[in-house]
Every structure is written in C-alpha cells, then in structure tokens.
Design a binder for this molecule. Structure first.
Ligand code: GLY
Length: 268
C-alpha cells in the first residue's frame, strides 16, 4: 500500500535528450522534434521538478538510444528502490542496461527484473501506474503477460498488488491516457474511463480533444500538465489541484509525455 507515497518524492532522475532524439520512435509519420527546442523544454521540465521540491540528477545524453530521454520506460521506482525493466521496443532493448551503471549512485536498492523474465518477456514503465493502493499495468504492444508476471512477483516483496489491464488499441502506453492526481483520484481520457479499469477510484475525465493532457504527473503539491489544454487546466483548478503548465511539444512529436521524462522517487 503506497498511499500518498505514490506522488510524494524528493528525487528525480532524468536524461538529457540526445541529438539522435530526432529519430525517436513515433506511431505516425509526423515531423522530427527540433533538438534545441527539445533541450530547452527538457530544462524547463527539470526546473518544474526542482520547484516542486525534488533534487534532480540528470544523466548525460546517450546518442545510441534516440528515445533514452524517456528514462521512465526502462525502470520503475518504489520508494528509494529502482527496478530495471525490459523495454518492449527493439531499439530500446539496451536502455535498462545503461541505467544499471547508475543504480548504485542514485538509488538505495537496485533490482534487475531482466534475469527473472520468461523468454520474450517485456514491460515498459510507461504502462505502469502506481496508485495509492496498487500497480495498474496495461498490457500493450510494449508490455506482455510475461513482463507483467515477472514484475507482479517482485512487487509482492513491496506489498504492492499488481493488476493487469488492457491498454486500448492505438494507444502507445497505458499512461499515455491517464495520470494520478492523488492516492485515490485518476485523471484520464474518456476512452480509458469507459473501459472501467478504474472502478473504485474517483475518476476525472479529460474533455474530448484534450487526450494528450491525460498524461499528467502529480509531484508533491503540484500537478504538471501539458501546455495547450486550458479546459483540462480549468477542471483541475476547479477540483483544487495546483497546476503548472509545461510545453512539451517536442517530446509529443515522438509520442513522449510528462511522465516518461523522469524517474521520480523518495530516498530516506
Ligand atoms: N518515442 C517513445 C517511445 O516510443 O518509446
């Protein structure tokens, strides 16, 4: 049971965008991100985490992995522990290994899921939503049953129950369409709300057209929300959340969002 620990952090780990980020994976054939804009948006993102009270450590850019700025996909943090995952896209297979080198320095404990996976097991951090009471894990093109099974076994050691869900078709990651607002409240798209996967939670839905806003992150007293969705910002304000808007247009060009650009955690 995580309770408020699901959104209370004192550290974050990020990775600078590499110049190769222009080759980042994307579902469509949209334009490449502009590297210099990506860099400045990434810096503003880190500043927002610092303003929310976190110590932010930023790893050097890794040109070998165009998507490595999305540092949340190869790992999951629980308290001060990091669990190395097994990203589901072939071009990202090596990213967990690159993070392993930093584990001892930045985290209290490092657990490597990869040797515990059945053959072909894959799981992306973008498919894992930790709530106050459980881990919701969306099966997707990046996360399969073997990946879920291996992580669920490890999470038992943290007394966290994992629940498998279906990520709706055409959505990259489960968290592309949802974010945690507090231990019992989730902000999500209509299409995800309709799937009933958040039964028992308080659910606030993003207005139609605001789907990219669903990938928000709660960090201590702040909710970080993608810029350009004023109706979502108004709804969150109405419900009493303190919102900070961030322009992440360059990450969005390669299907990245707010959650995937940092690992947020709590060290004693
Ligand atoms: N470009 C983000 C991802 O596909 O993993």
């Amino acid at each position: 049971m995580l309770g408020a620990q699901a959104y209370q952090f004192n550290h974050a780990l990020t990775r600078s965008p590499a110049k190769s980020v222009i080759d980042g994976l994307r579902a469509g054939d949209g334009p490449n991100p502009v590297f210099s804009h990506f860099q400045s948006q990434h810096q503003a993102y880190q500043k927002a985490l610092e303003d929310a009270g976190l110590t932010v450590n930023c790893l050097a850019a890794d040109e070998d992995f165009p998507d490595s700025v999305f540092v949340e996909d190869p790992a999951l943090c629980i308290g001060g522990s990091v669990i190395l995952l097994s990203p589901g896209a072939p071009s990202r297979y090596g990213e967990a290994g690159r993070l392993a080198a930093h584990g001892q320095r930045y985290f209290d404990t490092l657990i490597d899921l990869r040797p515990r996976l059945a053959a072909g097991g894959r799981i992306d951090g973008g498919d894992i939503l930790l709530t106050g009471r459980e881990a919701l894990i969306g099966l997707s093109a990046r996360t399969n049953q073997a990946g879920f099974d291996a992580l669920a076994a490890v999470l038992q050691d943290f007394s966290i129950i994992a629940r498998p869900l279906e990520t709706p078709a055409d959505i990259l990651h489960f968290k592309s369409d949802c974010g945690l607002l507090d231990a019992e409240t989730i902000f999500c798209t209509e299409r995800l709300a309709k799937s009933d996967c958040f039964k028992g939670y308080r659910v606030i839905t993003a207005p139609a057209g605001d789907e990219p806003a669903a990938n928000l992150i709660r960090v201590n007293d702040w909710v970080l929300l993608a810029h350009g969705h004023p109706r979502s910002a108004e709804i969150l304000d109405y419900h009493g959340y303190q919102v900070k808007l961030l322009d992440i247009s360059e990450a969005a060009k390669i299907d990245g969002g707010l959650s995937c650009m940092s690992l947020r955690y709590h060290r004693q």
